[in-house]
Design a protein around this ligand. Structure first.
Ligand SMILES: CC(C)(COP(=O)(O)OP(=O)(O)OC[C@H]1O[C@@H](n2cnc3c(N)ncnc32)[C@H](O)[C@@H]1OP(=O)(O)O)[C@@H](O)C(=O)NCCC(=O)NCCS
Length: 104
């Protein structure tokens, strides 16, 4: 196995297909497999699910390889979802400064 892709489809919303995870093992990357997997899946969906009108997927801004594939396939930004992150030490320092408020 070199890679995979998967889609999720809910018959109660038949017009929308969700393109979920795609992965190619590191030793097989940058040979066109990720692009081929997603294109082959879209081809299969067009043949087997004619009711699908939209395909949705998610892409981290930092994932240049998948961004390239998605742009080339014609995906366009639709909804953005910022994810915030904080190092645990900062949370611990914050709580330590306010011990009286957060003590058990
Ligand atoms: C994303 C992933 C599936 C791509 O698979 P792949 O088989 O390497 O994809 P392809 O070879 O078809 O295409 C990748 C393209 O991105 C380009 N690319 C790779 N890294 C890049 C970078 N850092 N910056 C710009 N372009 C980059 C490659 O050159 C290639 O383009 P090209 O064919 O025009 O040269 C693979 O990197 C992977 O499994 N990543 C981890 C899992 C993941 O992040 N999945 C996506 C979220 S669902």
């Amino acid at each position: 196995m070199a890679g995979f892709t998967e889609t999720v489809w809910n018959p109660s919303r038949p017009e929308i297909l969700y393109q979920d995870m795609t992965g190619v093992f590191p030793e097989y990357r940058n040979k066109g497999l990720g692009r081929w997997l997603k294109a082959a899946m879209i081809d299969k969906v067009l043949r087997e699910r004619p009711e699908v009108k939209f395909i949705r997927t998610e892409n981290a801004d930092s994932n240049a390889a998948m961004l390239k594939i998605n742009h080339e396939l014609g995906f366009k930004p639709y909804i953005s979802n910022p994810i915030w992150q904080i190092p645990l030490e900062k949370v611990e320092a914050y709580l330590a400064e306010r011990k009286e408020l957060y003590a058990d």
